[in-house]
Write a protein that binds this ligand. Sequence first.
Ligand SMILES: *[C@@H]1O[C@H](CO)[C@@H](O)[C@H](O)[C@H]1NC(C)=O
Ligand SMILES: *[C@@H]1O[C@H](CO)[C@@H](O)[C@H](O)[C@H]1NC(C)=O
Length: 269
Amino acid sequence: MKETCLLCLMFLFCSKSNQTGVTVSPSRSQFFEGESVILNCEDDSSAGWTLRRNISGETRTQCGSEWGSGDGLSCKISYLFKEDSGVYWCESRGGGASSMVVNISVSGGSVILQSPVLPVMEGHDLTLSCQSKTPPSNPSAAFYKDGSLIRTEPTGHMTLQHVSRSDEGLYKCHIRDHGESPSSWISVSEKPSTTSAPGFPVSPCPPCPPLLHIWLPVLGSVVLLVSLIAILWRCLQWNSKDPDSVYSVVKYSRTPNGCWTAADPPDSR
Ligand SMILES: *[C@@H]1O[C@H](CO)[C@@H](O)[C@H](O)[C@H]1NC(C)=O
Ligand SMILES: *[C@@H]1O[C@H](CO)[C@@H](O)[C@H](O)[C@H]1NC(C)=O
């Protein structure tokens, strides 16, 4: 029974960490036309992930057959066009468990904003760089959030310290004589809560080793089902033998440590 409980607990923990992210390499969300990019599904189990994307005019198209080249886990676009801008994600074979998405923008111009692909965690620093296709005579860049100028940085890099939810927004930058970058949405994720469950580790849901998250629920369910059937079968047996014996068992067969046993009651005739 101890094993069953352990399995059930692990099942609960494991089933919660079923989100698979996408990694983008090089790790940024804006690209120049003509650059190449490799996208990966982070999960290395054999769950059968498919990379899909939504771009303007196409929805849920699949890597390998409709765009890019590669297998399920990894996909390469060797020459990016402006039209490749859109949302990319990994989806499991069943199509059900789609997961974290990334936004990719391809600039038709000659300036990009180097911004993180994944949400920035609250309290962390965020560095944005404004980059032009050809080295600018003056790297000074203006950074905008939600359409208004935040500041101009002579180096072309801007760091926001200890970001909070209010830093979330649509960012872009501008380099004089080179032009403006596309806009990228930067989201700020909440810090994992450490106060809600005192005494528990910060992350109660460790990622499962490959395949374990598939087999544990199955194994747990089978063990549970078998236990239930065994209990039911015993009850039926008792009932069919002698209806009174059920009561006598309940009455007398409790052991000192509080467990029920199937042993005969002390006064059995
Ligand atoms: C992709 O587009 C479809 C159809 O518009 C929409 O239902 C779906 O939510 C989109 N997926 C993502 C991840 O944006
Ligand atoms: C992608 O961009 C859209 C709008 O530009 C935004 O609403 C969405 O939150 C972004 N998704 C991510 C994961 O950054």
